[in-house]
Design a protein around this ligand. Structure first.
Ligand code: PEP
Length: 251
C-alpha cells in the first residue's frame, strides 16, 4: 500500500537555531498524536544532523534538499549522498524546479543524483512539473513524461519503488496560485499511468505521488481527497508549526 506523506521543504530559510526551534516545535506538536500520514521535513544541509538528533525521527523523518552528483572527492562545496545519510536523514529531495532552473540540473545530472542517493540508502523525493508556458500550451503531460524518462525510468522496478514522486507545477510554487484539485488529480493519474506502463500496475499503485505548489491549510483537504494525490510537498507553509500541522491534519 502506498503511503500518504506531508513533506516540508524549508528551502534556504532558517538559521541553525531557528531551524532547531521549528523542528522541536513540530516534534512537540505531533507527540502522542495519531497521524494518518508520514511526516518529513526537508532542511538545509547544515541543519540535518542537529535536527535529526533533536526530534523523534520515527515520527518526523528528515530529508536533505539536494545532494551531489558525484560520489566523493575534490568537489568543493558539495555534499555527497553518503554524507547526507550519515546525518540521520532518510530522504533527499531531488529535481526541485529551483535546482533545475537556477542551478542547471539536467536530466543526466539528476539521473546520477538519484542513483547515488539510492546507493546510499536515501529515498529520493523526485520532483517534476511544467512551467506556466508549457501548461498554457497544454504540454504538461509531455513535460512530466520527459522528466521521468530522462532521470528515473532507467531504474529497476525495485529501485523505482523506493522513490516518492512530487508533481509540482512550477507556476504554482511560491506564487499563491494552486492547481485546482481537478487539474492536479488529472495529471497525477496520468503520472501513475506512465509508471504503470513502465513498471506495471502494482508498482504504480504503490507509488506515493505528492502535490506541491502553494499548498496550504485551506486547500490541502480538497487536493488530498483525490484518489491519486497522496499528500503534499510544502514550501512556505512548512515554515510555521501551526500552518504545517494544519496541512498534516487535512489527512
Ligand atoms: C516547493 O518549493 O516545493 C513548494 C511547493 O513551495 P510552496 O509551497 O511555497 O509553493
Amino acid at each position: 500500500m502506498r503511503k500518504n506523506i506531508v513533506a516540508g521543504n524549508w528551502k534556504m530559510n532558517k538559521t541553525l537555531q531557528e531551524g532547531l526551534e521549528l523542528a522541536k516545535g513540530l516534534d512537540a506538536a505531533l507527540k502522542g498524536k495519531s497521524l494518518n500520514c508520514d511526516v518529513i521535513i526537508g532542511t538545509p544541509f547544515i541543519h540535518l544532523a542537529s535536527v535529526a538528533a533533536a526530534i523523534d525521527t520515527k515520527v518526523i523523518a528528515v530529508a536533505a534538499e539536494n545532494c551531489a552528483d558525484k560520489e566523493s572527492g575534490a568537489y568543493t562545496g558539495e555534499v555527497s549522498a553518503a554524507m547526507v545519510k550519515s546525518t540521520g536523514a532518510e530522504y533527499v529531495i531531488l529535481g526541485h524546479s529551483e535546482r533545475r532552473s537556477y542551478y542547471g540540473e539536467t536530466y543526466e545530472i539528476l539521473k546520477e543524483k538519484v542513483q547515488l542517493a539510492l546507493a546510499n540508502n536515501l529515498k529520493p523525493i523526485f520532483c517534476i512539473g511544467e512551467v506556466k508556458e508549457e501548461r498554457e500550451a497544454n504540454k504538461q503531460n509531455e513535460v512530466v513524461k520527459a522528466q521521468l524518462e530522462g532521470s528515473v525510468f532507467n531504474l529497476s522496478a525495485e529501485d523505482f519503488s523506493k522513490l516518492v514522486i512530487a508533481y509540482e507545477p512550477v507556476w504554482a510554487i511560491g506564487t499563491g496560485l494552486t492547481a485546482t484539485p481537478e487539474q492536479a488529480q488529472e495529471i497525477h493519474a496520468f503520472i501513475r499511468s506512465l509508471i504503470a506502463d513502465k513498471y506495471g500496475k502494482e508498482v504504480a499503485d504503490n507509488t506515493t505521488i505528492l502535490y506541491g505548489g502553494s499548498c496550504n491549510a485551506k486547500n490541502a483537504k480538497g487536493l488530498f481527497s483525490n484518489p491519486d494525490i497522496d499528500g503534499g510537498l510544502i514550501g512556505g507553509a512548512s515554515l510555521k508549526v501551526d500552518d504545517f500541522c494544519a496541512i498534516i491534519d487535512a489527512f
